[in-house]
Write a protein of this length. Structure first.
Length: 210
């Protein structure tokens, strides 16, 4: 075999290996998400969130913590730049805006459909989402999760894993707004007090029930 043919063969083999390795990594990301839903029953983490307007220019950042316990118990607590609390108690989802002195509630089935909370705290991910592998990006392996209920406010979600560890959630809503939530200090299968998933409307706060 000539040197030219040997080099060409090596390039083809390398290209095939890279393609195969990429496909396996993407398949592993889908499996990592399925494993996460099956194996992780509770968790807590800190997050930073960047919301980008449809024009790609205007951005807003926020940060906070979240906790969850399957099925359908969760608590998102935004701390900066303003305080907001979102609690799922298994029956309803409560939202409390301290600055507005206002709270609202929705039945959990309506509020969860196709949302990141459904991914984190829901019980049957493949019932709620169609899962597709995505190319690696930013050091993470990504899974595209398309809500099966098209009437919701979410167009798509992407879930990023670093190895088997959940690292990021990205949401594209029906208005073209993109929200990237990056996670840190994730702890899984930890004991979380039941009071963390209860909400009582503070005195003097307006309540809007939907």
């Amino acid at each position: 075999m000539t040197m030219l043919r040997m080099n060409t063969t090596r390039r083809l083999l390398c290209a095939a290996a890279l393609m195969l390795g990429s496909g396996l990594a993407q398949a592993d990301a889908v499996q990592s998400l399925k494993d996460f839903v099956r194996e992780v029953k509770s968790g807590r983490a800190s997050f930073s969130q960047t919301v980008t307007a449809p024009d790609g220019k205007r951005k807003k950042t926020s940060s906070g913590t979240f906790e969850f316990q399957r099925p359908n118990l969760f608590r998102f607590q935004y701390q900066k730049p303003f305080e907001q609390l979102i609690v799922g108690d298994g029956q309803k989802v409560w939202t409390f805006d301290a600055d507005l002195n206002q709270a609202s509630s929705r039945r959990i089935g309506q509020a969860l459909a196709g949302t990141p909370a459904a991914l984190l705290a829901g019980g049957n991910i493949e019932k709620d989402f169609e899962l597709k592998a995505q190319p690696a990006e930013g050091g993470l392996e990504w899974v595209l999760a398309l809500p099966r209920q098209a009437e919701g406010n979410i167009q798509q979600l992407r879930v990023g894993f670093k190895g088997r560890e959940l690292a990021a959630l990205e949401v594209l809503d029906a208005f073209g707004q993109r929200s990237l939530m990056q996670l840190s200090q994730l702890q899984t299968n930890v004991a979380i007090g039941a009071d963390r998933f209860r909400f009582e409307v503070p005195k003097g706060v307006d309540l809007l029930e939907q």
